[in-house]
Design a protein around this ligand. Structure first.
Ligand SMILES: [Zn+2]
Ligand SMILES: [Zn+2]
Length: 376
């Protein structure tokens, strides 16, 4: 039976999220119905609220979530009611040439997987509501394709687990899968928000000898050291490229751009030493062209590459990151800077925009409970 759920809806951009009651359809044969427990606020959501990245309106944002499975479709055999799960942005078909070569974050059938005979969400006016990335986590519950879900142990705290689905899988997988950082290498990370902090932790796990955190915000740099940075550079007060070159004796082996500006992509490339690799994780808008010295591509064998969600293989990667967490090697609780209610979600995005925070989480179950109690 389709059900009524509370969700934070973006009706147009630039705009704010509005709490609305929506109709959520039953799961189809390959889908899973999940009660959302925690959902992280990501810069990608903010980009859509600001209208920097256009989307289909109205929409339910949110793509970094943890929750509990309530119901599964008839073709779903890997999950059952009661399973604790994390969702991921990059659903995969498992059959296309990218999936079978292990590059499932590039799956070409993703849109096909999300196609349904009727909308998954409908508003009070009967209008279809688009769930971001086939997820839509700023909601009490969501119906998603089974290939965008991964099971986690019941012992894993759901708050800490939620950041695995975007920030952590992007930042850590970029280090292991996209850049393939080797022990002893030097690494610079530009931008110390959620994804940047995850990349710093990935570099530490990979055994990088030098991990240079770069950010304009001094308090973020203090935090970066707690997560594994060995050096910090405060952008804006010094020439970032020169500072990294000085620290590394001529240029860094690997740089990661985790902000999404053309200027920081250019810096990430310029600060590389010979044979260095710059990996772009940030979403640079098409209106910002990137200029690099192309002679350095052949004369110095520098590389500039991008990665979507860290080039992850999330059904494999997320259980590994859970193990790292359980062993105390991957700090997740420390990444949670604030836990807010669904009704205060716009304030959470303002906090994020002001900088200085790693990850703001929405406690969805707690908020819905208190809202319902307020109603009765
Ligand atoms: Zn995200
Ligand atoms: Zn595929």
């Amino acid at each position: 039976m389709p059900q009524q759920i509370l969700a934070a809806v973006l009706n147009s951009a630039p705009g704010k999220l509005i709490l609305e009651s929506l109709t959520l359809d039953d799961p189809g044969p390959d889908e899973v119905l999940i009660d959302v427990h925690f959902a992280g606020l990501c810069r990608t959501d903010l980009h859509e609220m600001e209208g920097v990245w256009p989307t289909t309106y109205p929409t339910v944002l949110g793509h970094e979530a943890s929750g509990v499975v309530r119901q599964v479709g008839e073709r779903v055999s890997s999950f059952r009611a009661g399973d604790h799960v994390v969702t991921c942005f990059t659903a995969f078909c498992g059959e296309c040439r990218f999936c079978i070569s292990g590059r499932m974050s590039l799956c070409i059938n993703r849109d096909e997987l999300r196609r349904r005979s009727q909308p998954v969400l409908t508003n009070a006016a009967g209008q279809p509501v688009h769930p971001m990335a086939g997820l839509g986590a700023f909601a009490e519950a969501m119906v998603v394709h089974q290939h965008s879900v991964v099971r986690i142990p019941d012992s894993m705290p759901l708050a800490a687990a939620s950041v695995l689905g975007c920030a952590v899988v992007t930042g850590v997988s970029a280090v292991f899968r996209s850049a393939r950082v080797e022990p002893g290498a030097s690494v610079a990370v530009l931008g110390c928000g959620g994804v940047g902090i995850a990349a710093i932790q990935g570099a530490r796990l990979a055994g990088a000898a030098q991990i240079i955190a770069v950010d304009t915000n001094a308090s973020r740099l203090v935090d970066a050291v707690k997560f594994g940075a060995t050096h910090t550079v405060q952008a804006g007060s010094v020439d970032t490229v020169e500072a990294v070159r000085d620290l590394t004796g001529g240029g860094v082996d690997y740089s990661f751009e985790a902000i999404g500006f053309s200027s920081t992509v250019e810096q990430a490339f310029a600060m590389l030493g010979p044979a260095g690799t710059a990996t772009v994780l940030g979403m640079v808008p098409d209106s910002q062209p990137v200029t690099i010295r192309a002679s350095e591509l052949f004369a110095m064998e520098k590389r500039l590459q991008g990665t979507v969600m860290g080039g992850n293989q999330f059904p494999t990667d997320i259980p590994r990151y859970v193990s790292f967490y359980e062993q105390g090697k991957l700090l997740l609780d420390e990444m949670l800077s604030d836990v807010i209610d669904l009704q205060g979600i716009n304030g959470g995005f303002e906090l994020m925009g002001s900088g200085g925070l790693t990850r703001v989480l929405v406690d969805v179950v707690g908020s819905v409970q208190s809202l319902r109690e307020g109603v009765t």
